[in-house]
Design a protein around this ligand. Sequence first.
Ligand SMILES: C[S@@+](CC[C@H](N)C(=O)[O-])C[C@H]1O[C@@H](n2cnc3c(N)ncnc32)[C@H](O)[C@@H]1O
Length: 198
Amino acid sequence: MGKDKLRKFAENLTFECFVQPAFEEMFRTDHPLKGNWRKDFFKNDNPIVLELGCGKGEYTVALAERNPDKNFIGVDIKGARIWRGAKTATERKMGNVGFLRARIEFITSLFAEGEVDEIWITFPDPQLRTKRAKKRLTAPIFLEYYSKLLAKDGGSTSRPTRNTFSNTPRPLSRSSALSARWQITISTARAMPTRYSR
Ligand SMILES: C[S@@+](CC[C@H](N)C(=O)[O-])C[C@H]1O[C@@H](n2cnc3c(N)ncnc32)[C@H](O)[C@@H]1O
């Protein structure tokens, strides 16, 4: 592994906004922050917005700057990418930003039912090969997980029933869940360009 990656991995651990759960804290168990992100991490009662597969966290940081009354958590497995967002949030002293290095497969070990108010998925890996379709962040198993996090009433009536592809980035929000029709938007807009939108 390159020295630069190792340096970023080490620096990640010094950022207050960075959380890297150990495997044993997520695998078939609940992480201590599950259900406690507002109280123990952000120390406020504001809504929580997730950006899943956040890469370098451009959306997480930019949305957090525009919405100081909400808490934003970027989730990605790639430590060297997430480092960029965590470093920016640290330098800008942003108290409403967190970065979580974890596989989204473990998301229900990391957030409690109803703990999340919005989910953004921007420019996800398309996973074009049929064999990899189940890895898409919009694959049915992932939608099932998201419905649990978003549905404050237990979730069984608010399962996603369709995917919509559009040019306008829009959050996957609880209000649409209430109508039992969630809109998963795969953003292709260039309003906030990221490495993967170009
Ligand atoms: C194409 S990039 C897009 C990054 C960012 N959303 C952007 O627009 O710049 C997809 C990101 O999703 C992350 N990712 C894909 N599947 C994941 C999973 N199961 N768990 C965690 N991260 C995942 C990858 O590591 C990668 O950084």
